[in-house]
Design a protein around this ligand. Sequence first.
Ligand SMILES: Nc1ncnc2c1ncn2[C@@H]1O[C@H](COP(=O)(O)OP(=O)(O)OP(=O)(O)O)[C@@H](O)[C@H]1O
Length: 698
Amino acid sequence: MARLGIAKDFLADYAKLQKPVQKAVDAAIEKFSQHTHAGLHLEKLAKSKDSRIRTIRVTDFYRGVVLAPDTGDEFLLLTVLPHDDANAYAVSRRFTVNHALGVLEVRNQQALDSIEPALRQAAANTPQLLFASVNDADLIRLGIDADVLPIVRVMATEAHLQALANLLPAPQFDALTGLAAGLTPEEVWQEVSQQLVDVPPADVDPDDISAAAARTPDRFVMVSGPNELAQILAHPFDAWRNFLHPMQRHVAYRPSYAGPALVTGSAGTGKTVTALHRAVFLAQQVPDASILLTTFTRNLADALDRQVGLLTDDPQVRERIEVLNVDRLAYRIVAESLGQQPTIVDQRALRNLWGQAASSTDGLSAVFLEREWEQVVLAQSLTDSAGYLAARRHGRGTPLKREQRLQVWDAIQQVTSALRADNSFTHLQLADEAARIVAARPDPLYRHVIVDEGQDLHPAQWRLLRAAVTAGPNDLFIVADPHQRIYDNHVSLGSLGVGIRGRSRKLTVNYRTTQEILAWAVRLLTGIAPTGLDDQPDSLDGYRSPIHGRRPVVAAYPDRDTEYTRLAEQIRTWLDAGVEPHAIAVAARNSHLVHGARDALTVAGIPVSSTTASKSNAVRVGTMHAMKGLEFRCLAAIGVDAGSVPAKAAVTAADEDPVSHEHDLQRERCLLFVACTRSRDFLYVSHTGQPSPFLQTR
Ligand SMILES: Nc1ncnc2c1ncn2[C@@H]1O[C@H](COP(=O)(O)OP(=O)(O)OP(=O)(O)O)[C@@H](O)[C@H]1O
């Protein structure tokens, strides 16, 4: 069989085809296994910018585009498109091996040739050109080649560079973007070379396409044989199974970590994907491995479970990975220990208990008491008043005198005694209890624990996970994003016995969202530098997306009814454009708005369901909290008004506790950011009356 490689774009285009056309593509590819170069009907087009590009017939209407070496039997499948588009692609593109990085890159040579004269003309009238301060030697050292250099020299503004985003070879565009942002050539080199699988090669062979493709695993994958090829084509929508960014690959496939490892990265940077690959990698390495893959909610755990199934079809490997959300894990452990099922306390009953307890204090609110319990007492697993009186109240802004602390302690005892009498627990209590039970056992529960959405776990949950696995190599693999922290848990892993120093990595390329949506959403976070699980401030430096699309739309309406009516129209437009209902979501800050949106869409004849309904083909409508970890092609964030975002009830008054006030506002900003970054292609944001102050700081 000829050796075949697949480009990520090929898979993306294949995914869009109707089943019969996909079958025809399969048949065309099959020919590669039966013929050598000479026997394939590969057509060379006149005036091609790259003499190695060929097309192959798929149907009367579709053609595949292939990069074929001048000699030998190695082919790269580049794309499959309608006949005319395939021809246009084939004549315009040129594939090259980046001379500095050794990676395979593609440019739209035809478009670059036609744009250069206009750039040259604009440059003639510009006193200061964009890259005037960077010398040729540095540009060449960063991989800019002799054909791109003249264009770089006539770029006058960043807008010129951005206009060439989809035309220039991506690694060269990346390097130029770094320089345009003011980085030194050394800093740019650090950044671009970090994206390599290996160290940059000493000698780059410009004709060795296979070697270059192997160095570019985020865009090309060489296929080992017909089975692997069939597997890849069977899941065309799931490019993440095969095309990993070098940094993702480094992190997921590192043979061993000496202890806990942390992967950070903002929304959509493939943290979950990396965690999934790590889980399967560990399960493949160790025959008797027992691996826990855990996350925040059941909904997310179900999604992880499905994705593990896509990554391996080996039942033995699959069996070694248990996917369970952390609340269920705690519940199971406590139930086993008690010999009966614990009852989870009803939220309303709990609120009443705190209300009663608050009335026996000198003016402390129910919310204050509950937070003190969760963030100080349960966080540190304090079991007596002496411990509480001596405890540091990390993250709490209002100082408490000794008498007040005693009042708080009594109030907490009142609530916990009532819960005990009823054999009721909160989830955090169960985690606290489960951590104690597991820590007292002689054997660990698992050999490896992998944690997704780590930023929102409570210290009690971390204690449980810490106790569930013996400290040592590959014990904990954690992915987290402090910018997506939407619950009130500020955790320092070091203080919980999870030391990650030297084993922390960051992902920066967003694979979900377009650059336009990303740039818009990042501005919602202006002024925020949340502290990560490693106690370091987290930044969004280098966070970017290679995908481009439409800018988000922000719409203002005079009243809610009009906002709902326009929402229904917007959803109808997306549906009419062919977007599947389940790939559309509506997010709102509170359940009142969620119900309003559901009713309005139902009246408009649009099927709706909750975010937990994994099967039904209906538009998902839910709270912003329920959007965590999910993704959609189109998302409408509604009710982003001054009165709803931030939610008043979720923000402590500044005069009650200024520290909590700031934390709460930050969390509300992050919540809006989380909701907006769920959308892949289109983001629509609406409000009634005054917009949310978070929209105004953008
Ligand atoms: N290397 C990759 N190639 C192609 N697609 C990828 C790659 N990595 C991730 N993706 C896709 O990008 C999207 C985001 O990935 P993922 O959910 O892993 O990101 P995340 O960092 O966990 O996001 P969030 O924190 O916002 O939940 C998913 O659709 C995933 O399939």
